[in-house]
Design a protein around this ligand. Structure first.
Ligand SMILES: NC(=O)c1ccc[n+]([C@@H]2O[C@H](COP(=O)([O-])OP(=O)(O)OC[C@H]3O[C@@H](n4cnc5c(N)ncnc54)[C@H](OP(=O)(O)O)[C@@H]3O)[C@@H](O)[C@H]2O)c1
Length: 213
């Protein structure tokens, strides 16, 4: 199964690409700059250079599943959040429908589906973009999984999480490597189909948490 990772040069995307390479799935790393290709090529990971702000339909050739792990990042303004996290994600979803992709997983954010009055002003545009993309995915007719992690860290993975539609928070963050492991485990997994999942570090091993969905 060929899995297109959109945002593969990102911190979660890179970890996921390397994890999938060691699995029975076939990752295709979508990066937006030619100079980002070598790090994947040197590990024998297929790449495609494409930008969410331009035409990227060609990136879907032969693709069976998509993981959208891209994001405009905290260093850019609301304009890029709109173009990447909202419009880029929605275009990626529409292309998945057109290309009959079997499963679409998106990295959203914990809180994106909360009451907007709970969003801090500085994050409003971000949560709005994430919520809009999530809604578009749920209404697309695709098999979907929405993964909504809390604050991301670069701490070593613990492999222990809390995962579910509405979780009781056992922590306030999660290492990116654990998010990548969850993404790996949900791809093409019937248990995870059509779920929107909050995710934080917790006390349940990842395999067990995914199996329990
Ligand atoms: N930070 C948090 O605490 C937090 C919490 C919950 C959810 N999230 C979400 O988690 C996701 C992944 O996080 P992360 O830390 O791995 O992000 P990251 O390191 O910032 O990676 C994002 C990736 O998206 C790519 N990208 C940006 N614009 C693009 C475009 N126009 N076309 C193609 N690719 C583009 C970037 O490309 P370049 O490498 O070329 O820049 C980068 O590789 C994001 O969606 C983020 O919103 C974050």
């Amino acid at each position: 199964m060929k899995v297109l990772i959109i945002g593969a040069n990102g911190q979660i995307g890179q970890i996921l690409a390397h994890k999938l390479k060691k699995s029975n799935l076939h990752p295709v790393a979508m990066v937006r700059k030619a100079e980002q290709v070598d790090q994947f090529k040197s590990k024998d990971i297929e790449t495609v250079v494409a930008d969410l702000e331009e035409d990227f339909e060609y990136a879907y050739d032969g693709i069976n599943a998509v993981v959208f792990a891209a994001g405009s990042g905290g260093h850019t303004g609301p304009d890029k959040t709109h173009l990447v996290d909202r419009l880029g994600a929605k275009k990626a979803i529409d292309l998945a429908v057109k290309k009959k992709v079997k499963h679409f997983t998106i990295v959203s954010a914990l809180g994106a589906d909360y009451n907007p009055s709970e969003w801090p002003d500085s994050m409003k545009h971000y949560y709005e973009a994430k919520a809009d993309a999530d809604k578009h995915l749920m209404q697309s007719g695709l098999n979907f999984t929405i993964v909504k992690p809390g604050r991301l860290t670069n701490d070593p993975g613990t492999n222990n999480i809390t995962l579910g539609a509405e979780i009781t928070k056992e922590s306030d963050s999660i290492p990116r490597t654990d998010v990548a492991t969850v993404l790996e485990k949900v791809i093409a997994n019937q248990k995870a189909m059509n779920h929107s999942l909050e995710l934080l570090s917790g006390s349940t091993p990842i395999d067990k948490a995914v199996e329990a969905l």
